[in-house]
Design a protein around this ligand. Sequence first.
Ligand SMILES: [Zn+2]
Length: 84
Amino acid sequence: MSLHIPCPNCGSRPVEEFLYGEISTVPDSITDADARDVDRAFMHNNPEGAQIERWFHVFGCRRWLTMRRDTRTDEVIGTSWRGY
Ligand SMILES: [Zn+2]
């Protein structure tokens, strides 16, 4: 079963209509420019539990939304236009 995201404007829509928009952050301890690029491109976080994420409804209303999701179960706890 595919994950459905409740868009505040369009209602429940399949995840395939959305684009994930993580803002990658590089630790300040990495100062070399090349090392920062490598970290930004390949060192993604995979946190466990309830997370706040940003998603863009690319095949819908074309707006960014904030979603709170439990990464262990894929349960969508809620969505809103702004943060939690
Ligand atoms: Zn939408």
